[in-house]
Design a protein around this ligand. Structure first.
Ligand code: ADP
Ligand code: MG
Length: 471
């Protein structure tokens, strides 16, 4: 009997997993779907051209090894790339492997050294105002699960602007997830490594204002000429172009020209292109030509790393306990975190105060009011134990039974949310556990809330009860 493609691919995956490690495996191999096997050829479907190129650039030996082991020495792999149907520039490619490495890459039109045809007012790459902030770099952009794909794509673009098929690169995500930081890092990287490239960062506001000025002063030609000389155009927060017909039209024109001549375009938005409202369809379809990648809210570890890196950059030692306190307490977004850290740095450097929990709390109190409360740990413990009908002392103690552990974790969760206690102190109140147990508890509760809607409503109900007491 001939094995089906899923079985064969699963065998390959086993081998691949043991070579590349979990993280890479999850990012680059899990999303692959085996399509069919015909003779010695296994066809797999990859989600995008970017994926295909990434696999090719990084995992050829790994894939080769797996395929040869599973299919024999004549085994071959073919990719089928999912491509947006509106993308006439990047038609679906079928690539054979390992006969010749990858073949022609759609999208690499090799014309990135061509210069746009305008001779007058030529921009000088050295003096043009790029509007880049040099403090945003890849070095100080912390990598985490929340941003891995976007960061990889950004790095790839920074290495070969306009040449890869991730053009445009569209990054999206909520407030403070690092979109601006990342796109600026790409710009800075290109500016440093390719000083002859003209890099321009504009937020939608700059773009709209310049456009309206040009329109009023009959300088539209100049406006266009300016933009068409750019090698890398970064347009931040493109969602604000919604409903601006004329601005969109101009951007559409510039986009087409730049794209055709192999110039790189990067955009950010607060939602995926398909959810953008008030945009011309033809513009939206172009947004999807290249690669769209999202950035998500950072998890606890990533937040911690961001805090440490920022403080280190300012030459400040922040005790782990304080960093953890911030990572948990500032749960709105990273921009608020930035505010809190700046304020801490201000206190530490100018007022020469030592950064400790008290200072952190004081600073937080001024910035984020809702964290304050007067609910006591006792009250939380009592309420939670009653709610789940478990014995209070067992819940505060060491019993390891599941029916006790979960209420205990929930109680810890509320202590974190509604009191100003540190993780260590919360642990103290539950039979002398250490802060890592508390962190684990908080994460478990959050995970369970995501997967179990009954549990989630219980926690929310409890939250309301506790809040009533606070007001
Ligand atoms: P967005 O543009 O998505 O709203 P920003 O790029 O302005 O977010 O990020 C907000 C703040 O958080 C900035 O100070 C930025 O440097 C910081 N930040 C966000 N993500 C990271 C990260 N992965 N590593 C380091 N700093 C980050
Ligand atoms: Mg931004």
């Amino acid at each position: 009997m001939v094995a089906d493609c899923t079985t064969l691919w699963n065998d390959c995956l086993e081998i691949i997993k043991s070579t590349v490690g979990d993280e890479n495996y999850n990012t680059w191999f899990r999303p692959i779907v085996p399509l069919r096997v015909e003779g010695d050829v296994l066809t797999i479907q990859v989600p995008s051209q970017f994926f295909y190129e990434w696999l090719e650039d990084n995992y050829v030996p790994t894939l080769k090894k797996a395929i040869h082991k599973v299919l024999g020495a004549n085994g071959r792999l073919e990719y089928s790339v999912i491509v947006d149907s509106g993308n006439t520039q990047n038609p679906p490619v079928m690539v054979n492997y390992p006969n010749g490495m990858g073949g022609k890459r759609a999208g690499s039109n090799g014309s990135d050294s061509d210069y746009s045809p305008f001779t007058f007012k030529a921009l000088n790459p050295q003096t043009v105002n790029t509007r880049l902030n040099p403090s945003y770099t890849f070095d100080n952009f912390v990598e985490g699960d929340c941003n891995r794909l976007a960061r990889s794509a950004g790095l790839a673009v920074a290495k070969k602007p306009g040449v890869t098929s991730f053009n445009p690169l569209m990054l999206y995500g909520g407030v403070g997830v690092g979109k601006t930081h990342l796109v600026q890092a790409i710009g800075n990287e290109i500016r440093n490594s390719m000083p002859n490239k003209i890099v321009l960062y504009v937020d939608q506001n700059d773009f709209t204002t310049q456009f309206l000025n040009a329109l009023q002063n009959h300088k539209l030609q100049d406006f266009q000429n300016f933009y068409l000389q750019v090698d890398l155009l970064i347009l931040d927060d493109v969602q604000f172009l919604a409903g601006r017909e004329k601005t969109q039209e101009m951007f559409f024109h510039i986009f087409n020209q730049l794209h055709q001549s192999g110039k790189q375009i990067i955009m950010t938005s607060d939602c995926p292109p398909r959810d953008l409202k008030g945009f011309q369809e033809r513009l939206l379809s172009r947004f999807k030509w290249g690669l769209t990648a999202d950035l998500q809210e950072p998890d606890f570890e990533t937040k911690l790393a961001i805090i440490h890196r920022k403080m280190q950059a300012d030459g400040i030692d922040i005790p782990t306990e304080v960093a953890e306190y911030l990572a948990y307490s500032v749960d709105t977004n990273l921009r608020d975190m930035e505010g809190v850290m700046n304020s801490l740095i201000f206190h530490a450097t100018l007022l020469k105060k030592e950064i400790d929990l008290d200072l952190a709390k004081e600073v937080l109190k001024n910035i984020i009011k809702e964290i304050q409360s007067d609910v006591s740990v006792d009250y939380i413990q009592k309420t939670v134990a009653e709610y789940f009908k478990v014995d209070l002392d067992s819940m505060k103690g060491k019993v390891k039974k599941r029916e006790i552990v979960i209420p205990r974790q929930v109680a810890m969760y509320f202590c974190k949310r509604y009191t100003q206690l540190t993780l260590a102190l919360i642990g103290e109140n539950f039979g002398g556990r250490d802060h890592s147990t508390v962190i684990h508890a908080l994460e478990s509760v959050e995970d369970m809330m995501k997967t179990d809607s009954n549990f989630k409503s219980s926690v929310e109900e409890l939250g309301k009860k506790l809040k009533m007491r606070m007001n």
